[in-house]
Design a protein around this ligand. Structure first.
Ligand code: ADP
Ligand code: MG
Length: 312
């Protein structure tokens, strides 16, 4: 199947977002950015055998490829409007293409995100999306603006995607479905990000694990933090995993949760608590001393990946 036929059959998409002036089919697509807004742009690539196993379900891959990109927009407080898709395919496998397009375009439709262009080449299976969103000018949520005294919050729950990966690798769990879904089909926290532009000082989405991702906020904001183990929002399945294995650090270091970790200043805390209409938990506080610390069973210790052994 020729490149043009692939695009025509699987990725021809009728634009639905009012920002799209010109979609697939010309040398460039055209987007209108409403006045008073900035364009937020991000891209993420998934490579076979690096980011996913050979033979992975293409519908899940389509979902996850878009979800991880939309999650980056969510963490900036941007509203997604459009994506481009660069596909490198070893062969034009129509069954694979149909399922991949379904996973990607179903999630795109949920947020009225248009597929406005891309590139299709032949080679080792490599999947790239670039996502674009709009955010009120000057309001984007950066990693660099956490303030000493801010409360640290997390949307949703922590470690379920990490548990999903353990299950995919052979860990036996009573109710695997929810954790597997979190691993394969993360939900980008778009609605939370849109609310947070008026309340959060800093924000990041959890792709590499809380310790590592929150570490980026701390470094770029020149602050430190202390987390409260007791406060971490862990599902019953994650608690059971920890009881079974003793691997209590898993929710702090496992990636792929795609929840938002953000900080809110004391001046906005009450108002935020009132308007917040998504699940979220206060897990710690921003402090002046650099580095990340954890309070667990009455002890506060530095929390570097090496530092985990101090708690054992
Ligand atoms: P060019 O040679 O000008 O780069 P292409 O032949 O690569 O054009 O692409 C033709 C049109 O199809 C362009 O509008 C491009 O954005 C779009 N396109 C190519 N591949 C994809 C894809 N995988 N998904 C969506 N649109 C695509
Ligand atoms: Mg091209």
């Amino acid at each position: 199947m020729a490149e043009f036929n692939i695009i025509e059959k699987y990725f021809k998409h009728t634009p639905k977002n009012s920002s799209t002036r010109l979609g697939v089919g010309d040398d460039c697509a055209l987007l209108a950015v409403p006045s008073g807004y900035e364009l937020a742009i991000t891209t993420d690539t998934m490579v076979e055998n690096i980011h996913f196993f050979a033979g992975a379900d293409p519908e899940l891959l389509g979902h996850k490829l878009l979800a991880v990109n939309l999650s980056d927009l969510a963490s900036m407080g941007a509203k997604p409007i459009a994506i481009t898709l660069a596909l490198t395919l070893p062969a034009a496998d129509e069954v694979w293409l149909a399922a991949f397009a379904k996973g990607l375009l179903n999630l795109a439709a949920r947020y009225q995100v248009d597929l406005i262009g891309g590139d299709t080449t032949s080679g080792p299976l490599t999947l790239t999306v670039q996502a674009m969103g709009i955010v009120p000018a000057g309001k984007a949520l950066k990693r660099s603006s956490a303030q000493v005294g801010d409360a640290i919050y997390l949307t949703g729950s922590l470690g379920d995607a990490g548990l999903g990966l353990k299950i995919a690798q052979g860990y036996v769990c009573q109710n695997p479905a929810a954790a597997l879904r979190r691993f394969h089909q993360p939900d980008p926290q778009i609605a939370a990000g849109l609310q947070l532009v008026d309340y959060a000082n800093a924000c990041i989405d959890l792709s590499d694990g809380l310790a590592s991702d929150l570490g980026h906020i701390l470094q770029q904001s020149h602050v430190g933090a202390c987390l409260d183990w007791q406060a971490l929002p862990l599902s019953a399945a994650v608690h059971t995993y920890i009881d079974d294995t003793g691997d209590w650090a898993m929710p702090l270091v496992a990636g792929d949760d795609y929840e938002l970790c953000f900080t809110v200043g004391a001046d906005k805390a009450d108002e935020f608590a009132e308007i917040c209409d998504f699940p979220c938990t206060k897990i710690g506080v921003i402090e002046p001393a650099s580095g990340l610390r954890l309070t667990k069973a009455g002890q506060t210790q530095p929390l570097t990946v090496k530092g985990f052994e101090h708690f054992s």
